[in-house]
Design a protein around this ligand. Structure first.
Ligand SMILES: [Fe+2]
Ligand SMILES: [Fe+2]
Length: 341
């Protein structure tokens, strides 16, 4: 067909539009639960800029405390600053697949929420470091210098994950993607609840309460979609899900527990530096859970997920790190993972 041939001159109706076409022109809806979640997302939307920032006095913290707290938010940003593009890609996929109208809106709401979470990371880091970028900031303390090295390695590893994700999105069905998303959301809902309970600073308490509520909704979105799609999940998709759960464990452990060294490419002093920073931050009233509490919570989050997948007869991977037995999954690398936060 010549580029500018006018089909309309010789055809009554246009030819069928090749699929996948990015816009559905249809607002079909079957999953009622998602409409409720969307309504909640509209009601609960919040603005990080409007938190009680005037109650925060950064000068009441030492520079070591400031750098330790900013480091935690930097670690979180490795996950939360990649979440807006990650969910934006998933949102596009829901349009290409002509998903239900409320599914499209729910993914839009996740993208917007994650953008809020990213803003929160940025606002805090800027306040605590008095600088806009933790990677090019000039550290003030010796611990701060070691933490910046940690941050650079985290950033490098996160970059490898993005390429894997971009390849995975067109390859996998939304149903497979949901299981990875769910893992991130269960984990996130857990950690933010703890951070809320254990943090002293009002602005952080408010932020963690809002973020935790957002993550709870994201979790509900994934659950509703799994309820819809998993009863008819194909066998090969089931084994993909098993593999993605193991990948999700390895990836998300970096923020929820400690990064498994066989998966993350990190220097040997990474974990000792991070533990030191967490101790300093906790001492300053910033609620990072202890090693034991993290392990316990991560284990519970994973058991929760296992409960969901068991319902659909999906084999669960072995996660010996937190004492969960199951199917052995090997050969997981950054180039083949989907999990997000
Ligand atoms: Fe988030
Ligand atoms: Fe989320």
């Amino acid at each position: 067909m010549a580029h500018n041939e006018k089909l309309a001159l010789r055809m009554e109706l246009p030819p069928a539009t090749p699929q996948p076409n990015v816009y559905p022109l249809s607002w079909h809806a079957q999953t009622h639960k998602l409409e409720e979640i969307w309504d909640a997302a509209q009601r609960e939307n919040w603005d990080p800029k409007k938190l009680p920032w005037d109650t925060l006095d950064v000068d009441s913290y030492s520079w070591e405390e400031r750098e330790a707290i900013a480091y935690w938010w930097t670690l979180l940003s490795v996950f939360d600053a990649s979440a807006p593009p990650v969910f934006a890609s998933a949102l596009i996929k829901t349009y290409e697949e002509h998903e239900e109208d409320p599914v499209r809106r729910c993914f839009f709401s996740i993208t917007r929420d994650e953008q809020n979470h990213e803003q929160m990371c940025g606002l805090t880091i800027k306040k605590f470091l008095d600088y806009h970028d933790p990677l090019t900031y000039e550290p003030k303390t010796e611990l701060g210098r070691r933490l910046q090295k940690n941050a650079k390695w985290l950033y490098y590893n996160g970059g490898r994950y993005w390429n894997g994700y971009k390849n995975a999105v067109p390859k996998y069905s939304l149903a497979v993607l949901f299981s990875s998303f769910l893992m991130g959301e269960i984990a996130a809902a857990t950690i933010f609840k703890q951070m809320y309970e254990n943090s002293r600073e009002l602005v952080f308490k408010e932020a963690f309460r809002n973020i935790g509520r957002d993550e709870g909704r994201h979790m509900a979105i994934c659950m509703a979609l799994m309820e819809r799609d998993y009863p008819k999940l194909a066998a090969e998709d089931k084994s993909l899900v098993t593999k993605q759960i193991r990948a999700g464990y390895l990836f998300l452990s970096a923020v929820l527990f400690e990064p498994p060294m066989e998966f993350w490419d990190l220097p040997e002093d990474f974990i000792p530096n991070q533990r030191e920073a967490e101790e300093v931050a906790r001492g300053a009233g910033f609620g990072i859970p202890t090693y034991e509490a993290k392990r316990e919570n991560w284990r519970n989050a994973i058991l929760n997920l296992k409960g969901v997948l068991d319902r659909y007869g999906i084999p669960f991977p072995a996660i010996p790190e937190v004492g969960i037995s199951g199917e052995e999954v090997t050969e997981v690398d950054m180039a083949s993972i989907v999990p997000v936060f």
